[in-house]
Every structure is written in structure tokens, then in C-alpha cells.
Design a protein around this ligand. Structure first.
Ligand code: DHB
Ligand code: FE
Length: 265
């Protein structure tokens, strides 16, 4: 017997797709061009790149689903850490590091950051020990390791575990603004529409702990000029951060403090 939720949403999707075709008088050629894009996105996708997600993201679909899922409650003054889109470049099984280690190999020219903070229970304020912080970002060349043959495998990706007070600290790079790749259907569409491809400089995180709702999120650099027009519509006010300059640390010129608040199930 059909799943009632599936039956309902598929009927609605069919109605909207038919309306779309009628309203725009979509021809066979246009229809085939669209199908071809979807097929190519699928063919390009693998465990290092989710082109289908990228294609949908530039129309704000993931950011809309994120908003619906979390009902924008996360933007309230006192709320668990706001979520943001996963994006196409997360990889499972990033290397596990100890507190205080760096996820950066190479890039001596990069701006290095000591990032620290704590993970707490949103309701009680109590620290969460052994929470996992999975982090990934691009190099100063704007490329994720998975797109860049010059970076070692899994560079600029890592997983850290909080200590008894919920605390964490590690070294990473100050992120660099980043154009989504032009070599696939998502990039093609942006070019055809004369839309820019920039995502404001961001660092991705998945923060999780047993019995808590995982938080998939990003932080964004306030000084980035594309902070108000992210190609993937993911920026939220509470996720905009200021990198402070750091003195007396030969390993980092900048510092970022960010606390994560998780809600229990
Ligand atoms: C998208 C998201 C990212 O985090 C990224 O680095 C590139 C693209 C996206 O959703 O389109
Ligand atoms: Fe990203």
C-alpha cells in the first residue's frame, strides 16, 4: 500500500510540474535539455562531489528545506545553534585529530586561525563531553581538497572531540570566498543566467553527540562582500562571525571563538 505522505507529495509535485510546463509552454527540446542536465549532474556525482545537490542549491532548495525543517526557530535570540545547508562537498570519515592540532597541510601563505569554544546542552547549559565536531573548508585557492589535485587527501577536513567541559580548540585557515565549480550543470546554469557563482567565505561543521539533534551548519566571515548574496542562499545572521587578530601565537594570526548549543531529542 502506498505511503500516504509520498502519495500526497508526489501528486502535488506532478501538479506543480504540469503547471510549470503549461505556464511556460515548455517544448520537447527544452524538456530534453533539462533532462540532460539532470543526467549529467548524476553522472558527475560521487563520494567527493554531490552535483545534484549543487544544482538544486543554486535555486535555494536546500536552504528552503533547511528553513522548513528547523522552522527558523534557530534565529530566535535564545535558540540552539542555527543550521545551514550541507552543500556538495562534505566527505564521510574525515581524519580524527586531538585537541589543539591543525587540519592544515601546506598553504604557508594562508591566514591561520585558532578556533575554540564549547559545546553545550541548549536547555540546561551543561557542557557536552565527547561531542564530535566535523569541519571542512577550502584552501586559500578556493578549492576543497577533493577538487584540488595539489592537496593531500582529506586536507582541511577533520573531526575533533570535546573535553570534559565541552571545550574544543584546533587550528584551521581563515576561509576564502569561493565560486562554485563551473565545470558542471550548476555552473552552466549560473553562466547562462548571468548569475555570479560566489559563496561568501565559510567554514562547514557538523556538530553531534549521542542523544542530541546533530547541527549541520556553517559560519560566515562578516567582511566578505558576498555575505548578502550567497549563491546558495545559506547565510543566517547568527552564523556571521568576526575573526579577531591573535598575538603571541606563531601558529595563527587570527582567532575565532564559537560556541555550539545542541538540543536534545
Ligand atoms: C554549495 C555549498 C557549499 O558549501 C560550497 O562550498 C559550494 C556550493 C552549494 O550549496 O551550492
Ligand atoms: Fe562550502
Amino acid at each position: 500500500k502506498a505511503n500516504p505522505r509520498l502519495a500526497k507529495v508526489m501528486a502535488s509535485l506532478t501538479r506543480h510540474l504540469h503547471d510549470f510546463c503549461r505556464e511556460n509552454e515548455i517544448t520537447i527540446d527544452e524538456y530534453m535539455a533539462g533532462i540532460d542536465m539532470i543526467n549529467r549532474a548524476g553522472q558527475m556525482s560521487n563520494e567527493k562531489r554531490n552535483e545534484g545537490l549543487l544544482l538544486a542549491d543554486i535555486f535555494g532548495m536546500e536552504s528552503l528545506a533547511d528553513e522548513i525543517t528547523h522552522k527558523l526557530a534557530s534565529e530566535a535570540k535564545d535558540a540552539p545553534t542555527a543550521t545551514a545547508i550541507l552543500g556538495p562537498f562534505w566527505r564521510r570519515d574525515a581524519p580524527i585529530y586531538r585537541m589543539g592540532e591543525s587540519i592544515v597541510k601546506g598553504f604557508p601563505e594562508g591566514d591561520h586561525v585558532m578556533m575554540h569554544g564549547k559545546v553545550t546542552d541548549f536547555d540546561t547549559g551543561k557542557p557536552i563531553e565527547n561531542a564530535e565536531i566535523d569541519i571542512w573548508h577550502t584552501g586559500p585557492n578556493g578549492l576543497y581538497e577533493s577538487q584540488d589535485p595539489d592537496q593531500p587527501d582529506m586536507n582541511l577536513r577533520g573531526r575533533f572531540y570535546t573535553g570534559p567541559k565541552g571545550e574544543y580548540n584546533f587550528y584551521c585557515l581563515r576561509p576564502t570566498k569561493y565560486p562554485i565549480p563551473y565545470d558542471g550543470p550548476a555552473g552552466e546554469i549560473l553562466q547562462l543566467l548571468d548569475r555570479h557563482a560566489w559563496r561568501p567565505a565559510h567554514i562547514h561543521f557538523i556538530v553531534s553527540a549521542p542523544d542530541y539533534k546533530p547541527v549541520v551548519t556553517q559560519v560566515f566571515d562578516r567582511r566578505d562582500e558576498n555575505i548578502t548574496n550567497d549563491v546558495a542562499f545559506a547565510v543566517k545572521d547568527s552564523l556571521i562571525v568576526d575573526f579577531e587578530s591573535r598575538k603571541g601565537d606563531s601558529k595563527a594570526q587570527f582567532e575565532l571563538k564559537y560556541d555550539f548549543k545542541l538540543a536534545s531529542y
